[in-house]
Write a protein that binds this ligand. Sequence first.
Ligand code: NGQ
Ligand code: ZN
Length: 454
Amino acid sequence: MSNLFFASAMLPDGWAEDVLVTTDQRGRIVSATPNAACPADAERFAGAAVAGIANLHSHAHQRAIAGMGECSGEGSDSFWSWREVMYRALDRMDPEDFEAVAAQLYVEALKAGFTAIAEFHYLHHDRDGSAYADPAEMSHRAVAAARTAGLPITLLPVLYNASGFGGTPPTAGQRRFIHDGAGFDRLTTTLRRAYGGSDDVRLGIAPHSLRAVPDGLLAETVAANPQGPIHIHIAEQRKEVEDCLAHRNRRPVEHLLDTQPVDGRWCLIHATHMTAAEAAAVAASGAVAGLCPTTEANLGDGFFAAESYMARGGRWGIGSDSHISVSPVEELRWLEYGARLTSGRRTVLAGGSRRSTARRLVEDAQAGGAQATGFESGRIAAGLRADLVVLDTDHPLLAARKGDALLDGWTFAGNTPLVRDVLIAGRAVVRDRRHPREEEIADRFKKTLGRLLG
Ligand code: NGQ
Ligand code: ZN
């Protein structure tokens, strides 16, 4: 057992002061007691503890090109022209490079207050498209990077099979992603052997999109993987909706719900373009909508209609996706700002009168992130992992605030990092804003980028 003591903490019933959290050997919470005395052997934290938020959608390799698609091209730029920039940059990335980039990203994510990450990983093969000797080579690198950083990871090997609806063959730029059903089975079997039962790794699957996985293969893959999260990109771009209508006679979300057993195991990434009926059906399914507001803004995807989805009780969480930004609060802020900009109102997602907007956003994102990653976390409660973030209540931006006002300050005014400590399974992996390996990891990242992009 170990003792952790926090000046204040957000517990499931509300904010409390002088909170003693005891944990077992695996870093699970045994008890959380308010108004406690601080035991002599406790590790003491001066700030405000909140359960961490899982980042439910990451393409780690894209951290290497964050900010690089911002120079205008010849014609009009779009999601699809950005994708070409991204494909070109990852062409040269070998396993060592990928691990270095992912480790840097994962340290940044931890320091910003993410306490787990779901890696939607599709860069599987060697540069010429042939398989590595170990089909899971690149996936092992993602886990190694997460372990170097100390960030729990949900590995979502991606099934990518076609370049568009109708099973059109992959393009040259996609040669490193491609599997048929048998190849994908080999990959998932290898990963189960390597990581099944690990405390810091969860395994799921990610059929890339309805574009990239024909219906029959999608159904077979879902049936062959009866456990763990299932993530899929869906209805992100208008063109994708139009193409789906042209090929399947139905909209993407409508089509998925009609053909797959969508339930709480599923995470629908983006789900930007839904009709009211589709949004109601997703909310009723228990699936999580995986929202990535900064990437969706950066790529010109559109606004997710959060207010009506949330009013129906729809579950959701956040991801930093392309990593144009790596900050839970920037994702939450953009979600609320999207709702304000489109409605002309304020505190749109607060969920009722006299409620803190950030409290609602943080609580929903904690729950949705835990569900979509499969880590038992997201609240400071007995039986759950002690994956916690401690806000710096000494910072001027949080001066004279308590309780939910700390969350509002963090979310809406926190442009300088307000996260002081981050605990994973009860151990501080970030202390006083520092990660013990951050310099070494950043040096390796900078050298890697010099080689890849120089
Ligand atoms: C991805 N990213 O898989 O990295 C995609 C781009 C695609 C986003 N959708 C590629 N944001 O969707 O084909
Ligand atoms: Zn994505």
